[in-house]
Design a protein around this ligand. Structure first.
Ligand SMILES: *Cc1c(COP(=O)(O)O)cnc(C)c1O
Length: 360
């Protein structure tokens, strides 16, 4: 049996069917239906936040945030993330300005941000990599001083609390992905959290083509999600605590048994103030050669870790200019995310640990 880096959570089928039956009763399939409205309400309560709107994926969530905040010119961003963080800027004709990452948590290095600000800079778009918080205080301070907007790509951060509140509540706008591979999923889906009511209303308008009935306010897009996706979310939310605690068990076994006299792993800032979601298990190997050897050895026995994140996004071929980010470029060559999901077999996990340790 093939073992991938993750395995999408599937609830007992009856639970999903029960939700789906409701759709047959309402005959309402999409366009802000009752299941979607109910899921938004449940997410507001679960996350203890004021505003959240569900969209059809985490990339559209970024696109909507960029549009609603009216970003222009240059946006300071991280080279160590999924490509959507960068491509959402390119898609809106903005110029990504890459600021290198910090070695210990692989998040954007807030101490390097100010040097990258120019008169054209309109915002900072940073990722909470693997669900570990960026230096949110420092970033907020810089943003205030230079009148910049802050967007967090919080695609990995569902279920993470930092300093007593959801990590999704930081920044002007925070986007999340509910893709099938994430800790909490609605098959495809995502969300936008935004503290400013005016911006939030704009995002809601923009995700529905920018019109309400016969009033056309703004050029929008289709960012809506369906009742079938909401149904999956309603069911999965009930399992979330178990999903996270199952991930924690696997996570801790890796931490105990992998050879950390040779390997490294990211460490969070202020970890005592963090409630973590165990979204990924990245290891940083001594060099790329070892990384590729371990990938090969695992692949031989049908185990497929992923190079999250590779390549460093400042090296994407379709960028106009090359901006040097030595830390991100180095780490991306030797980072590997190991399989992590609640029902990963203990024997399989032991095989993975053994293969990694033996090939260092
Ligand atoms: C998954 C992910 C996205 C994209 O989300 P989709 O829902 O797949 O569009 C964006 N950024 C990061 C960091 C991600 O991990």
């Amino acid at each position: 049996m093939r073992i991938n880096v993750t395995k999408s959570f599937l609830p007992p089928i009856e639970e999903y069917q029960n939700q789906i039956k409701r759709i047959w009763e309402t005959k309402w399939l999409t366009n802000n239906g009752p299941l979607l409205v109910e899921l938004e309400e449940k997410l507001r309560n679960y996350l203890n936040i004021k505003n959240i709107t569900i969209v059809n994926n985490g990339t559209i969530a970024l696109q909507l945030a960029i549009k609603a905040l009216g970003l222009t010119g240059e946006v300071i961003t991280t080279p160590f993330s999924y490509c959507a963080t960068t491509t959402s800027l390119l898609w809106e004709n903005l110029e990504p300005v890459f600021v290198d990452i910090q070695k210990h948590d692989l998040n954007i290095d807030a101490n390097l941000i100010e040097a990258a600000i120019t008169p054209k800079t309109s915002a900072i778009l940073a990722t909470h990599v693997y669900g570990r918080p960026c230096d949110v205080e420092k970033i907020e301070e810089i943003a205030k001083k230079h009148k910049l907007k802050v967007i967090y790509d919080a695609a990995h951060a569902f279920g993470v609390d930092y300093k007593g509140k959801s990590l999704l509540s930081y920044g002007d706008v925070s986007t999340c992905s509910f893709h099938a591979t994430k800790v909490f999923h609605t098959i495809e889906g995502g969300s936008v959290v935004c503290n400013d009511t005016e911006v939030f209303e704009q995002i809601k308008l923009m995700k529905s083509f920018g019109h309400v009935l016969d009033e056309y306010y703004v050029a929008g897009i289709n960012g809506k999600n369906s009742e079938f996706h909401a149904a999956m979310g309603l069911v999965n939310l009930n399992h979330l605590a178990d999903i996270i605690s199952g991930r924690k068990t696997i996570f801790e076994k890796y931490s105990r048994e992998l050879n950390f006299s040779i390997l490294e792993k990211p460490k969070s800032n202020n970890s005592e103030e963090l409630v973590y979601n165990y979204a990924y298990y990245p290891i940083v190997l001594p060099n790329e050669e070892t990384t590729l050897r371990i990938i090969d050895k695992l692949n031989e026995v049908d185990i497929f870790p992923r190079r999250y994140f590779y390549p460093s996004l400042n090296k994407l071929k379709y960028l106009n200019t090359y901006q040097r980010c030595p830390v991100s470029e180095d780490i991306s060559l030797r980072v590997l995310s190991l399989p992590l999901y609640p029902d990963l077999d203990i024997e399989d996990q032991e095989r993975i640990i053994d293969i990694v340790n033996k090939n260092l």
